[in-house]
Design a protein around this ligand. Structure first.
Ligand code: C2E
Ligand code: MG
Ligand code: MG
Ligand code: MG
Length: 276
């Protein structure tokens, strides 16, 4: 093929690389404009107390309603946002918007719930991150106990010393810290327990097959038991079936988040759902 169109292999590879680079560049530029164009939106997924199905919290999940691309999943743009540093302004918007929305719901007289916000490693590396969170809470007037920051296992471990100090400060303010996607990294609960965390979320890859795969079920049970012995609460993420729920209930898992009860929903729909 190289000979046919008169190009050598190098040219073909480099043109493929160029196409990829161009795509990323285009997406980066669109992402840059997305904030001004107000193309980001938060969806909210309720988190339930397993025992009585009461809604205890709501996770804010970012969506990009792109004029060029349609609805883009965070899996598709968060990695690029992290690489380019755009996650800093985007993450700031997410925090503000989630706090504003939660305060609004509380002001409307709804029973207060904790809003959970996902935080990237890049955000936690910002020296002024604690101050940023503080001022957002001041501006939005959301009481600190109604904010939870979700940090993945790898983020928490990546800069354990910096994380430790920041998370301690945030914890002292009354903000809750949860470890997201637990089980996918290389940390142990004992290691994480040095951080001021209150909850761990079992990654959905273990939940998915736990009703058919003995190994996954064993891992989930072990995580729950260990977390409880360290006095942490546990959320199972990605729960889709009654069978999964029943095993989790039996193992005394505390909280459930998953399609079984609700997908992430736009704010108004989430409120309607939560009110019953
Ligand atoms: P995550 O924080 O672990 O969020 C849970 C993901 O699982 C969400 O995907 C949610 O829609 C999905 N999920 C919940 N229940 C079920 C279920 O029963 N079955 C299945 N198959 N999936 C379920 P989503 O919204 O696509 O977000 C993906 C990831 O993108 C998040 O994973 C988080 O790591 C990241 N992300 C989302 N919003 C933000 C944000 O504002 N900031 C940052 N830094 N990351 C975000
Ligand atoms: Mg999360
Ligand atoms: Mg997760
Ligand atoms: Mg995840």
């Amino acid at each position: 093929r190289a000979k046919e169109n008169g190009k050598n292999q190098m040219e073909i590879y480099s043109s493929e690389i160029n196409t990829l680079t161009m795509e990323r560049f285009t997406m980066e530029n669109q992402l840059r404009k997305a904030l001004e164009r107000e193309e980001f939106v938060l969806h909210y997924q309720p988190q339930f107390n397993l025992k009585n199905t009461e809604v205890i919290g709501i996770e804010a999940l970012l969506r990009w309603n792109s004029s060029d691309r349609g609805i883009v999943s965070p899996m598709e743009f968060i990695p690029l946002a992290e690489e380019t540093g755009l996650i800093i302004p985007i993450g700031l918007w997410v925090l503000k918007e989630a706090c504003r929305q939660n305060k609004y719901w509380i002001d409307q007289g709804h029973r207060p719930k904790i809003v959970s916000v996902n935080i990237s490693a890049r955000q936690l590396q910002q020296k002024d991150f604690v101050q940023t969170v503080k001022s957002i809470l001041e501006v939005t007037q959301l009481p600190t106990q109604y904010l939870c920051l979700e940090i993945t296992e790898s983020t928490a471990i990546k800069n354990i010393d910096i994380s430790m100090n920041m998370l301690k400060e945030l914890g002292e303010l009354g903000i809750k810290i949860a470890i997201d996607d637990f089980g996918t990294g290389y940390s142990s609960l004992a290691m994480l327990k040095q951080l001021p965390i209150s909850n761990i979320k079992i990654d959905k890859s273990f939940i998915r097959d736990m009703d058919v795969d003995k190994d996954d079920a064993a891992i989930v049970k072990a995580i729950i038991a260990m977390a409880h012995s360290l006095e942490l609460t546990v959320t199972a993420e990605g729960v889709e079936t009654e069978d999964q729920k029943n095993i989790l209930l039996q193992e005394k898992c505390n909280y459930l988040q998953g399609y079984l009860y609700s997908k992430p929903l736009p704010a108004e729909e989430c409120l309607r759902f939560v009110q019953g």
